[in-house]
Design a protein around this ligand. Structure first.
Ligand code: FAD
Ligand code: FES
Ligand code: FES
Length: 1332
């Protein structure tokens, strides 16, 4: 209900320009305003929930008390527009440009190859920029801190860290860190290959707008403000009285400071709060004070200010007194990213009353006092104790009360206090379980006066185990107490097997593990204070310490083969030239689909999707939705003119029945996306469930929902089993993976008035596929549909076919309404409906001899295909052909079936099924080693293929490089020495364990179906000598366009700056295969070369008769001589002779043109008590033939490894038993972040291995290295093995992928974990989550 009050004018600055907005709507988010109203599209929308940093901008505020402006990075996707009143906003466009001058951050990041798709890049630039504005020579840890809230899905982070390291020293490029011999004088470091960079000059930075400085000084800004919008009114009071009366008037009003809770509730969950009160100008809520008893923090103080304040206390107070503050500071380091901490306030964290709040356990454990105020009863003080939280997100305060401040006491030398947090990912993640523990002793003794403990993540509220606490009073701090408290806590902190959040055994285990840590922490302090004597204090220190690797500083090297000395400078093939869009990425000038300015009359479309996994649609009621403001239409199956059922790709719109949560039923079209979203929530759908609902692979096997079985075999495994020393059976499971491309799926469909033509701009990997589907559902011929793709903000297979969930409805809506339709999926809907990597189950029977030689193997592979076939059969084929990885099992039989389930259709994902099968192969080979008690590496070497062997899929192994990669990797990583050191380390370390593993990779390159192995290109040369190049591939960050330009440059003999690629369009290149299978450079590169050579051949006589002629002149002459200056190129991969009878399993001939190889060694350390792990070091040796561009190839290797690392350790897609995906958005689904980069990361491109079968002797690189992350998975397994052995458990054990903290902890199987196991009586309960 809009308020009758008058709205103020919003005044702020953007990039130095004043903005006055008379109609500022409190519901508008800053990012939307920057992008839509100011057309500043450099800041990107990656998630809309503060979890990715793509939208980072810098906000500057005049700080009256300091007489200077303060700058901080914020997430513009959560900042309400009206919250920037009186501030200066700086976006990536405001700091530098290719048209004027680049900022040093922009220049260095591009030159260090720190961007691939570039979608995350502006946000990363702005985080670094805000840091530099506050700190001109930051330390490495300042940089780590400032990047905690930024994600990149492409690069693997290493080059970004390297680029920003240049700012850590005033010497810049001349810093000793960048001198060649810093790590290895023989190595090529990519950054040293670049042109230098200019020094950073902070005096060049723009000044804070004087007008805002003056108005702040004179308090003009600090007056009451009101902003009235369509549904929400924003009140900004000037003092406490005014605030209290507002709260009395609007008791349901939300108090908003950072908007990091309320913003999620409104934007993502669809809650509506008609009144918002913003207290940023109320003094009592914004001050921090210290007195003799402790400190007082205003409720609206922001977390980064709180951290700064607490840091300052260390100077004047003793370590004992400030223990709480140290705990808070430690916790704040793990609390969200810096952008969130820069805006979120402490009061917001308390009053949200989240059961996983990180601060509430600490405040409860120390009995913080909260001062509340209300108009009716003035001030009252409440002590935080077990009675404060009364239910899920509820406190015992009254509606009209506001929190004014928090008093936190100093502790004494008789106190010990510590807080703990365990999350899926260490940085920027919410807790699985957190805890704070505080013990007060009788002075000078070990006798407990009071023990206070609070746990988050163990109930619907922050939970206090009061019974345990009271039983400890008067007890002595010793081993008996440890045992007692552990069993009391297990009793009191019960968690039901069906508890929300799942991971029940793990969470129960963490309760006692945390106390175990606290016990030892306290013990070391008692020893330090001279109160206790303990002989084995070293063990206590080991238990309480962090992983040692986390203290180390980051190092990396990259090596590759130099080009021949006589290669002309103009010829860039083999040279590490930067991505051609690099500067446009770093300046925000690169245009993605949603950056295209709106077309006249353009409308926005939002999908209406099923909320049931398997059901009949009884009724769809759109009445209320259609009455909402801005709504134009609802489209569904009745509007489809052509075909609604697109076979393997599913339906355009559901027709009477839905088969997964997220099945598209219809779509709302409105004037704005916000209106369309609101209305889409009001479409009422009545369902009738259909049973069974098949969610998991195991469900599908049980209900026989399996596709036909495909088989590949050689020899006769069944017969040979009888002659083996050992025959064992087991299974391995590999989880799915969300693509998490940073740019969500989007498209704009533009209907043309003539001939029914349709033009579609799409962020897809397969324009030809989109054209085909659009034409089919529109009932048009394909020549009437043109699809254009300039670049993607990442694809990774997720945009190979699943773009169809939006492109088909968009063209239908565009045709129906005759207007351009834009559809940009929200991150949450994208994750819900577009599927991911197929989860796999592998059941195997393996026969081997006691020397480790594997003789026979049968594997049954099952994948979870989801609710449509999509590419599942192709994925399964590729899995089958990679089921042997690098191992020659003479009698082998692989079968594969796709499970038809009621989850969103799974699809292509980097590696296309092969990583899953190869992980399963490493599981069986490890099982052999474990059974025989042999080193896995020995078993791997023993069974490895050799040159001249035929691999399972029939391709002849020529120049088999896997062994070479393997040997070099062992040598470069010093494997044997390090393994011995690790064994020694493990002998003396019970609670921290290390592991190391070496893994080979043999990866067949190309599309499985023969006909897809074709490439095409079009080369146009204009009379000024410039070249416009088109090819059939899409640029999605992998550097394809850069490589194609390099190929054309060599073939034509012109410099790369004469060549331009505008886009990939079906109107320039027809029938192109999807940009997939790592083969686009191979296919289109050859086509580009052929097209160029055709033109060069035509001009050859001219060149011969004018030997000294320059390029421009040559072209001009050719034109005058009427020589055609355009040509198409075409290439088909020769020699694909394979015949596979997938019924009998017989296979003959070459299925693929060539194979790519690699090997990896990783070392890890795990914390046995929490399951947390870190990668100490990774060495990769990768065969990319003669690299076309080592910088791009190394970027692909590192990025691919990082994605594989995420797949195998962090990323987990969890569904509810009824088929809802729980892990939606970056808050719930964790991809690797900056801190997950191996501490020492070394990438070597194998030298002297030209590949005659691809363009300029190169090899594919996009997918093969992903699997090398299995070295981390199996290193973790080795570390766990040592922990189990210390717990007295030996022999083989199963560790499925991903090895999450939960899996690691449980697999360690010590007493803590065993006691937390659900009992038999609990087994009947349905768990909260299942693994599809
Ligand atoms: C990306 C992201 C990561 C996060 N990570 C973490 C994390 O690691 N750990 C963690 O604990 N939390 C985390 N959070 C949650 C959130 O950031 C915190 O709870 C934060 O402290 C909330 O502060 P805010 O100013 O943004 O709250 P707002 O959204 O502005 O307000 C939150 C709530 O508090 C109430 N409120 C605020 N001030 C008062 C007051 N003075 N009196 C009465 N009620 C008041 C409001 O009415 C509202 O209901 C994360 C959130 C995001 C978006
Ligand atoms: S878009 Fe703002 S943090 Fe992701
Ligand atoms: S370059 Fe970072 S997400 Fe693509």
């Amino acid at each position: 209900m809009p308020s009758a009050e008058k709205s103020d004018v919003l005044i702020f600055y953007v990039n130095g320009k004043k903005v006055m907005e008379k109609n500022a709507d409190p519901e508008t988010i800053l990012l939307t305003y920057l992008r839509n109203n100011l057309q500043l599209t450099g800041s990107k929308l990656g998630c809309g929930e503060g979890g990715c940093g793509a939208c980072t901008v810098m906000i500057s505020k005049w700080e009256k008390s300091l007489e200077k402006a303060r700058h901080f990075a914020v997430n513009a996707c959560l900042a309400p527009l009206v919250s920037v009143h009186g501030c200066a906003v700086t976006t990536v466009e405001g700091i530098g440009s290719t048209k004027t001058k680049l900022h040093q951050i922009q220049e260095r990041l591009a030159k260090f190859h720190g961007s691939q798709c570039g979608f995350c890049t502006p946000g990363i630039v702005m985080s670094m920029y805000a840091l530099l504005r506050n700190n001109q020579i930051p330390s490495a840890s300042d940089i780590d801190n400032c990047l905690q809230g930024n994600l990149c899905r492409c690069t693997g982070y290493r080059p970004i860290i390297a680029a920003f390291k240049t700012f850590t020293c005033p010497m810049g490029e001349k810093c000793c860190k960048f001198q060649k011999d810093a790590h290895n004088s023989q190595e090529n470091e990519i950054e040293n290959k670049q042109n230098g960079w200019l020094p950073y000059d902070p005096s060049q930075e723009p000044i804070f707008p004087p007008e805002l400085m003056i108005s702040n000084k004179t308090n003009n800004v600090a007056r009451s403000l009101t902003f009235v919008g369509e549904g929400v009114t924003w009140h900004q009071p000037i003092n406490l009285d005014e605030m209290l009366s507002l709260k009395q008037r609007f008791p349901d009003a939300r108090i908003v400071v950072g908007n990091t809770e309320v913003g999620i509730e409104m934007n993502i969950k669809g809650h509506c709060y008609p009144h918002i009160i913003c207290p940023i100008n109320v003094q009592e809520l914004n001050e921090m004070n210290v007195d003799d008893e402790g400190i007082s923090i205003g409720a609206s103080c922001r977390l980064s200010d709180v951290a700064e304040f607490l840091e300052s206390l260390h100077k004047d107070k003793t370590e004992e007194e400030t223990q709480i503050f140290y705990s808070i500071l430690e916790m704040l380091k793990l609390f969200a990213g810096l952008q969130t901490r820069n805006v979120a306030c402490i009061g917001g964290n308390i009053m949200t009353a989240s059961p996983i709040s990180d601060l509430n356990p600490i405040l409860l454990a120390v009995g913080a006092k909260l001062t509340f105020a209300s108009s009716s009863s003035g001030l009252r003080e409440i002590q935080m104790d077990e009675t404060f939280f009364i239910g899920y997100r509820k406190t015992k305060t009254r509606k009209d009360e506001i929190l004014v401040s928090i008093k936190i006491p100093f502790l004494t030398e008789n106190d010990v206090m510590k807080a703990y947090k365990q999350s899926k990912r260490k940085e920027d993640d919410i807790a699985i379980v957190n805890s704070a523990m505080h013990v007060s002793f009788e002075p000078g003794t070990k006798t407990i006066k009071k023990l206070s403990i609070a746990f988050g993540g163990m109930a619907a509220i922050t939970k206090v185990p009061t019974q345990t606490m009271s039983k400890t009073i008067g007890r002595t701090w010793d081993g008996i107490l440890l045992n007692d408290v552990s069993s009391w806590l297990s009793e009191e902190m019960k968690l039901s097997v069906d508890a929300p959040g799942g991971m029940v055994q793990y969470r129960r285990t963490l309760v006692t593990s945390f106390f175990f840590k606290f016990y030892h922490h306290t013990m070391t302090i008692l020893v330090e204070r001279g109160i206790s004597k303990k002989n084995n204090i070293a063990i206590s220190r080991e238990i309480i310490s962090d992983l040692s690797v986390e203290e180390e500083s980051f190092t990396s090297t990259q090596t590759w083969q130099e080009v021949p000395e006589d290669q002309k400078p103009i010829d860039t093939i083999g040279r590490p030239i930067p991505h051609l869009s690099g500067f446009k990425h770093t300046t925000g000038e690169a245009i993605y689909i949603d950056d295209i300015p709106p077309y006249r009359d353009e409308l926005q479309m939002v999908l209406v999707c099923s909320t049931r996994a398997h059901a009949k649609i009884i009724d769809v009621d759109t009445t209320v939705a259609l009455e909402c403001p801005g709504v134009v239409s609802y489209v569904d199956k009745n509007d489809v003119i052509g075909e609604n059922d697109l076979g393997m790709y599913g339906e355009v719109f559901a027709d009477g029945k839905v088969t997964c949560v997220g099945h598209v039923i219809g779509a709302i079209v409105a004037d704005t996306q916000a209106h369309a979203i609101k209305a889409s929530r009001l479409v009422k759908i009545t369902y009738e469930d259909i049973l069974p609902r098949v969610i998991t692979i195991e469900d599908a096997i049980k209900h026989d929902k399996l596709s036909i079985v495909k088989k590949m075999k050689r020899g006769n495994a069944e017969e040979v089993f009888q002659n083996c020393d050992f025959v064992i059976e087991d299974e391995a499971r590999v989880g799915g993976q969300e693509h998490f491309y940073m740019e969500t799926q989007c498209c704009i469909a533009i209907p043309k008035n003539e001939d029914g033509e349709m033009e579609v701009f799409s962020s897809c990997q397969y324009p030809n596929g989109l054209q085909t589907m659009a034409a089919t559902c529109l009932g048009l011929k394909r020549n009437k549909v043109i699809v254009r793709t300039k670049r993607l903000g990442g694809g990774f297979g997720g945009k190979e076919t699943r773009f169809c969930v939006i492109s088909n409805p968009a063209v239908i809506a565009a045709r129906k309404l005759g207007k351009p339709i834009r559809c940009v999926l929200t991150r949450q809907q994208d994750m819900q409906i577009t599927g991911g990597r197929h989860p796999f189950l592998g059941r195997y029977k393996i026969g081997f001899n006691k020397d480790g030689q594997i003789k026979a193997l049968q594997i049954k592979l099952y994948s979870n295909g989801g609710n449509s076939d999509d590419l599942s059969f192709g994925v399964m084929d590729r899995a089958i052909v990679h089921a042997d990885n690098s191992y020659n099992v003479p009698h082998m039989e692989v079968t594969g079936s796709v499970c038809q389930t009621n989850v969103a259709s799974n699809t292509a994902f980097r590696g296309f099924g092969s990583p899953q099968a190869m992980i399963i192969s490493e599981a069986w080979i490890t099982k052999v080693a474990e059974t025989l008690n042999m080193d896995s590496e020995k078993v791997r070497e023993l069974n490895m293929y050799k040159d001249g062997d035929r691999i399972l899929h029939g391709t002849l192994l020529q120049n088999f490089q896997a062994k070479r990669c393997w040997d070099e990797c062992l040598e470069k990583s010093n494997f044997h020495v390090v393994r011995k050191e690790i064994r020694d380390f493990n002998k003396s370390s019970r609670w921290k364990k290390r592991g190391i593993a070496c893994i080979p990779s043999t990866y067949a390159v190309g599309f499985g179906p023969k006909h897809l192995n074709q490439g095409c290109a079009l080369v146009l040369i204009y009379t000024d000598g410039t070249v416009l190049l088109s090819h059939g591939g899409t640029e999605m960050g992998q550097g394809l366009d850069t490589k194609m330009v390099q190929v054309a440059s060599r073939a034509l003999g012109v410099s790369v700056d004469m060549i331009h690629i505008s886009e990939c369009s079906t109107s320039s290149v027809p029938n192109a295969s999807a940009t997939a299978a790592s083969s686009s450079s191979d296919l289109h590169g050859m086509a580009v070369k052929e097209a160029c050579e055709k033109i060069m051949k035509r001009m050859e006589p001219l060149r011969k008769s004018n030997p000294n002629i320059g390029w421009e002149e040559l072209v001009e002459k050719a034109y005058l001589k009427r020589i055609s200056l355009s040509a198409t190129g075409f290439y088909k991969v020769p020699g694909l002779t394979n015949v596979w009878d997938c019924k009998t399993g017989d296979v003959k001939g070459d299925m693929f043109s060539y194979i790519a190889y690699g090997a990896a060694v990783s070392q890890v350390e795990i914390d046995v008590l929490t399951g947390h792990h870190a990668v100490l070091r990774t060495d990769l040796v990768v065969d990319v033939g003669n690299s076309l561009n080592p910088a791009i190839d190394i970027g692909q290797v590192e990025g691919s490894f990082a994605q594989g690392y995420g797949m195998m350790t962090l990323e987990e897609m969890l569904h509810s038993p009824s088929g809802h995906l729980w892990t939606i958005g970056p808050g719930a689904y964790k991809i690797p972040a900056f801190a997950n980069t191996p501490k020492h990361f070394h990438v070597h491109l194998l030298r002297n291995c030209p590949n005659e079968k691809a363009i300029y002797c190169s090899k594919a690189v996009g997918e093969p290295p992903l699997f090398l992350a299995a070295s981390v998975l199996f290193a973790i397994k080795n570390a766990i093995k040592s922990a189990r052995s210390d717990a007295g458990i030996t022999g083989p054990f199963r560790l499925d992928s991903p090895a999450t903290a939960e899996r690691i902890r449980i697999a360690c199987e010590d007493d803590f974990a065993s006691k937390a196991k659900p009992s038999e009586s609990e087994n009947g309960l349905q768990p909260w989550a299942v693994r599809a």
